[in-house]
Design a protein around this ligand. Structure first.
Ligand code: GLC
Length: 648
């Protein structure tokens, strides 16, 4: 329906601000009018019944206008360039690295000195792990924020961050930061006021005088950190109330049924947008809406909030893409890209957490069938959206894909997951992997896996045993894992340290604020003497770094790796080999990955099964040419090897 009055209202608001709606601000004006119906409808879906709904809707509109007014000319120009490119983030030319500034290089200023190292590797997107104020010792790696606008002095200052963003802009690099949307630290100003009895701020959180409502909630809410933080509520002595704390007891869940919370957090989102953030990682979006009688995860209104954020951002600061960090079941992950009228209008990115875990599954079993079963779901990703693809990140590896996928491949889900947990945690002594179980739930026996890419691939054990052959195999596995995640579609996000093979760091066990959280074993402190070994021919560091560098360069060179929904899985001619085609109107790329520790054979028919007439192929990885044989002849793949073939 055309809403004349609403459009008139917006026009007047903009004119009051002296915006030039038919001149230089015309694009903004058009975006506003295009999105305002959705913004109003989504806001009403959440808050129509709230007594202060009209004034808070006005506040949201004001935040949108202010965000645009405060946006620098450079960022507005970048917005336009990105809009002209049509979904700039689908490009094959972006490769990211996720890093903790303090553990990587000390401070934000120090990071300026590492830009060359990153560029040399080929990285042009930096995900800086949370930088904003967070209490030492109660920080969850920065995900317990006590001030969304002040950089923690550990890293430097807001000014240092601004200088860094300028450098990144000059170097044509992108920036990704987090907004921790679901909760604040219990030391955030809102929480402190709530503790002191301020009713307005108590309404920012879920707070109850007795156990009645918390017990109701607990009936259906799973525990996220059952070992370190059992239960979902924490007693606060200061105000004599139970507070909802889904993650750690010092992380207080924000109450988004209160529109004031939404408006305040939207302002913070715009603050990040105007710092020059290119991709905003929305932390833990699955949890942002709670209702008794539900698991309080992935609820429809959590999606409404995200859609509303997306329409607001698209209006005022359209160059900032949104990444929903939803590490949930595959069919639930897909919904973060938007559904129905909002398909491709919610989050632009999601983590391909399912595929990440399935890569670890394939590596342990040498069998690709469960991974293939999952593709029915993963291929539903809408055009115009993309994945963050990865092998490791700062979090654990959860085996959250569906039981039916495991059953379809002929395995028993319970036994299968038990095997994987034992394989990667070192319980299975014959396994080359060295990791640990994370967040074991004593009631359900559920557990996830911690450990660095290198250690889980066997490098730590092989080095301990001085086993050159084991070291070679581990490096092959590391490169195979990275290659598969680089070429599957989406923006690859390397975890810092993995580019040179950092193994587990056990020093967290001696640290009082960290010993209870074994995710710290795979969050290394970079030793730049070790990283310098990338210059020493045949060192472990050099072999891994050069391979990673080559993978990035290949991806940048081959436009077929852009994410235009151009992946077709090849029939499983050999269950040990994952094979897909990245299609293009020019030449297809045939990507095969051997996940077993033995030689594998692929019929040459695999390169022709879609009617192609390939006679000679060039492998971009080994740089060798191959004559395509008859259908009853085979292409041979060494253990843990891969190829990227193109007709030549
Ligand atoms: C996200 C982060 C994780 C953190 C949690 C709570 O899942 O990735 O590290 O513990 O949110 O903020």
């Amino acid at each position: 329906m055309y809403k004349h009055q609403l459009h008139q209202y917006i026009s007047n608001l903009l004119l009051e601000q002296n915006l030039d709606v038919i001149g230089k601000d015309n694009n903004f004006y058009n975006r506003f009018l295009t999105n305002i119906n959705s913004i109003e409808a989504l806001f009403n879906e959440l808050y129509e019944q709230h007594p202060q709904s009209p004034e808070l809707f006005d506040q949201v509109l004001t935040h949108i206008i202010n965000a645009y007014l405060e946006r620098s000319c450079i960022l507005k120009q970048k917005d336009m360039l990105k809009l002209e490119k049509l979904n700039w983030f689908l490009s094959n030319e972006i490769t990211g690295m996720s890093l903790y500034v303090d553990r990587f290089c000390g401070t934000l200023q120090g990071l300026q000195g590492k830009i060359n190292y990153l560029k040399n590797l080929g990285v042009n997107l930096l995900h800086l792990m949370p930088l904003f104020q967070s209490p030492e010792g109660e920080s969850d790696g920065g995900y317990a924020v006590s001030n969304f606008r002040e950089v923690d002095t550990r890293f430097g200052s807001l000014n240092d961050l601004k200088e860094l963003t300028e450098t990144l802009q000059k170097e044509d690099m992108y920036l990704m930061l987090d907004i921790v949307l679901n909760h604040t630290s219990h030391q955030h100003e809102w929480a402190t006021k709530a503790k002191s009895g301020n009713k307005e701020y108590q309404d920012f959180f879920y707070m109850y005088p007795d156990r009645n409502i918390p017990d109701e909630f607990e009936k259906n809410m799973p525990e996220i950190f059952p070992e370190a933080a059992p239960g979902n509520f924490t007693w606060n002595e200061d105000c004599g109330k139970w507070v909802m704390t889904v993650f750690h007891n010092y992380q207080w869940d924000l109450n988004y049924t209160n529109p004031k919370v939404f408006a305040a957090m939207l302002e913070n989102i715009f603050f990040y947008a105007n710092l020059g953030v290119d991709i905003l990682r929305i932390d833990a979006p699955a949890f942002i809406w709670k209702e008794k009688g539900t698991s309080c995860q992935n609820l429809p209104k959590a999606h409404t909030i995200l859609k509303l954020i997306k329409q607001c951002v698209q209006t005022a600061t359209p160059g900032m893409a949104l990444l929903g960090e939803a590490i949930v079941a595959p069919n639930e992950i897909m919904k973060y890209f938007g559904t129905d009228a909002y398909i491709a209008r919610e989050c632009d990115f999601a983590y391909n957490a399912t595929h990440m875990a399935l890569q670890w599954d394939m590596l342990a079993t040498g069998d690709t069938r469960i991974m293939l079963a999952a593709q029915h779901e993963l291929l539903k990703k809408p055009f115009g959206t993309t994945w963050i693809t990865y092998t490791r990140c700062h979090d654990d590896i959860g085996l959250g894909y569906d039981d039916w996928m495991i059953e379809k491949a002929g395995f028993n889900p319970y036994e299968h997951r038990k095997f994987l947990k034992e394989y990667y945690s070192g319980i299975l002594t014959s396994s080359p992997a060295k990791g640990a179980l994370f967040s074991v739930n004593p009631k359900t026996q559920d557990a996830r896996i911690s450990g660095s890419l290198a250690s889980l691939c066997g490098l730590e054990k092989a080095i301990e045993q001085n086993n050159d052959w084991g070291i070679k195999e581990a490096i092959d596995k590391i490169v195979l894992m990275q290659a598969h995640s680089f070429f599957i579609g989406g923006v690859p996000m390397i975890f810092y340290g993995d580019e040179v093979g950092y193994t587990n760091d056990y020093s967290y066990l001696q640290d009082n604020s960290r010993f209870y959280d074994n995710r710290w074993m795979h969050r290394p402190v970079i030793n730049w003497e070790k990283n310098k070994k990338i210059e020493i021919q045949d060192s472990i560091e050099q072999r891994i770094f050069e391979a990673t560098r080559k993978l990035i360069a290949l991806r940048k060179k081959l436009v077929q790796f852009s994410d235009y929904k151009n992946i077709v899985w090849i029939s499983p001619h050999n269950i040990h080999v994952a094979g897909f085609i990245r299609t293009s109107i020019q030449k297809n790329l045939y990507c095969f990955f051997n996940f077993q520790n033995k030689t594998s054979f692929i019929t040459w028919y695999a390169f022709k099964e879609n009617g192609e007439k390939n006679s000679q192929l060039f492998d971009h990885w080994s740089e060798e040419k191959f004559i395509v044989g008859a259908d009853n002849e085979y292409f041979t793949m060494a253990p843990y090897s891969f190829c990227i073939m193109e007709e030549c």
